[in-house]
Write a protein that binds this ligand. Structure first.
Ligand SMILES: Cc1ncc(COP(=O)(O)O)c(C=O)c1O
Length: 273
């Protein structure tokens, strides 16, 4: 994957290419999210190894800002597409040069024209500006999260996606010395806190940060499947002021729901917080 859905992390593509070549395996890169990063001179090297792929998917309806759906797949050897060729006597006859012969979908909208127009209007440099803004703003946002006591950065942004979670000071202290059984309990409590903060922020309606689960917290291997807040910096109008506002609101929400609620819940689970 070149830009994983949950975290934006890019797999070590060069190493995977080596393994594929060694074993004669088709090397496909899912760049549905990260593909347009190739337009940025500055950040294209983060996708190093993608040029060795046998096939690559890129979605227009993600970082090319297209309406749904505008998915693309590129093959190094176009003959591979013969595997998905279909024929019919009334239109796609054998030997015809009709491009529609090679398709998974049959009839579809001409969304590729919208992407073609956007590329002409924006230019690759225009898209690169937006890509650079997303990656650089995500880096600054990560710095801001690191600075604030209430939050832990869980996955740093390789592209423009990062994840973090609310970790109150008392729980952080306990986590530092907890055995694996207690870590599980504390992580369960943190999951509840993060779900509550995320829900409340969504319901309040001023801003919204998505939520997901990640399998491993860096520095704490074994912390499986924990709830994290997931921020995707894509809108070119998003500034650090906007992002600080989002964190300020999460701090206020935590302060409003913490007294009693989570601590009681924690002690019900046998934790002395
Ligand atoms: C890396 C990646 N691959 C594939 C998909 C699926 O995309 P779609 O079905 O919209 O083409 C997504 C969607 O979030 C994605 O982020």
């Amino acid at each position: 994957m070149a830009g994983a859905t949950e975290t934006g992390i890019v797999d070590p593509l060069d190493e995977i290419a080596d393994v594929c070549i060694e074993h004669g395996v088709h090397f496909h890169v899912d760049a549905a999210w990260g593909g347009p990063v190739l337009l940025s001179e500055k950040y294209a090297p983060r996708l190093k190894g993608i040029e060795r792929a046998d096939s690559v998917t890129i979605d227009g309806h993600k970082q090319f800002f297209m309406p749904m759906t505008c998915g693309m797949v590129f093959f190094r050897d176009p003959r591979i597409m013969d595997h998905i060729a279909y024929y019919s006597n009334y239109v796609n006859r054998r030997g015809s040069v009709d491009l529609g012969i090679k398709t998974l979908e049959g009839s579809r909208e001409a969304n590729s024209l919208i992407l073609d127009s956007a590329l002409k209007i924006m230019g690759t440099k225009g898209y690169a500006l937006m890509i650079d803004h997303g990656i650089e703003t995500a880096q600054e946002f990560a710095q801001e999260i690191r600075k604030r006591e209430l939050f832990d950065l869980v996955t740093a942004p390789e592209l423009n996606i990062l994840t973090y979670r609310v970790v109150p000071a008392d729980i952080r202290k306990r986590l530092a010395v907890a055995d694996s059984q207690e870590r599980m309990q504390l992580n369960g409590l943190l999951d509840e806190i993060n779900i509550a903060v995320q829900r409340k922020q969504r319901e309040t309606g001023r801003s919204f940060v998505s939520r997901t689960r990640v399998n491993e917290v860096p520095g704490n291997p074994g912390d499986n499947d924990v709830v994290v807040l997931r921020a995707v910096i894509m809108n070119p109008m998003t500034t650090m002021d906007v992002l600080k506002d989002v964190l300020d609101e999460q701090e206020r929400i935590y302060a409003s729901i913490a007294p009693g609620g989570f601590l009681r819940e924690g002690s019900r689970k046998g934790l002395q917080l």
